[in-house]
Structure formats: structure tokens, C-alpha cells
Design a protein around this ligand. Structure first.
Ligand SMILES: Cc1cc2nc3c(=O)[nH]c(=O)nc-3n(C[C@H](O)[C@H](O)[C@H](O)COP(=O)(O)O)c2cc1C
Length: 86
């Protein structure tokens, strides 16, 4: 994970938030990013991440929409925010 993202996660309070990790990559995928985020933000819910191959990022629109929809953060299933506030 880029150090700038580490710094961002350290500086702000993510309690009660859903973190949806995503990245572009050249073969390493998300690496250890998801477990690193979970350690840095234990009071947040870290959702399943999405890794998009960098050279195909311009064709990833549908993949991103499907991922967000599966998480309930986009489209018809967009109800996760209510769930977490209950
Ligand atoms: C110096 C450098 C090293 C990189 N090393 C890796 C790597 O080891 N594994 C990987 O998955 N991506 C690596 N990347 C990232 C991808 O090659 C690619 O740059 C990225 O996914 C595309 O996103 P960008 O447009 O933000 O660069 C590296 C990028 C740079 C600039």
C-alpha cells in the first residue's frame, strides 16, 4: 500500500465506516493491503477488495460497478450505510 494511504488511514477516524479497498496493479494484486488496512482501522468494516490490472484499467468500468453492487454500495442494493448506522 502506498505510504500516503497509510498516512491517510492513520490521521482520520474510520470508526463505523466501511472501507472498500481498491487498486490498480502490475501483477501483485492487493498484496497485503487489506490486512494492513484492518490493522490500521480496527473499528472500521473492511469490505472485500478489488484489484484491477493497471493496463486494463480503462476497461474496468463494469468490473468496478459489479464489485460496488455486490458490496451493496452502488445500484439497487445500496443499503449498507443504513445497516451500519442501525
Ligand atoms: C516503480 C514502480 C514499481 C511498481 N511495482 C509494482 C509491483 O511490484 N507490483 C505491482 O502489482 N504493481 C507495481 N507497480 C504498479 C503498476 O506497474 C502500474 O503502474 C499501476 O498498476 C498503474 O497504476 P498507475 O496508473 O497509478 O501507475 C509499480 C509501479 C511503479 C511506478
Amino acid at each position: 500500500m502506498p505510504m500516503a494511504v497509510n498516512t491517510f488511514l492513520e490521521e482520520y477516524d474510520f470508526e463505523g465506516k466501511i472501507i472498500a479497498p481498491f487498486c490498480t496493479h502490475g501483477g501483485s494484486g492487493l498484496g497485503s493491503s487489506v490486512t494492513d488496512i484492518e490493522k490500521l482501522c480496527p473499528d472500521a468494516e473492511t469490505a472485500d477488495g478489488l484489484a484491477v490490472y493497471g493496463l486494463r484499467a480503462d476497461q474496468a468500468g463494469e468490473q468496478v460497478a459489479e464489485w460496488l453492487e455486490k458490496l451493496g454500495l452502488y445500484g439497487e442494493n445500496q443499503d449498507r450505510e443504513e445497516e451500519i448506522q442501525e
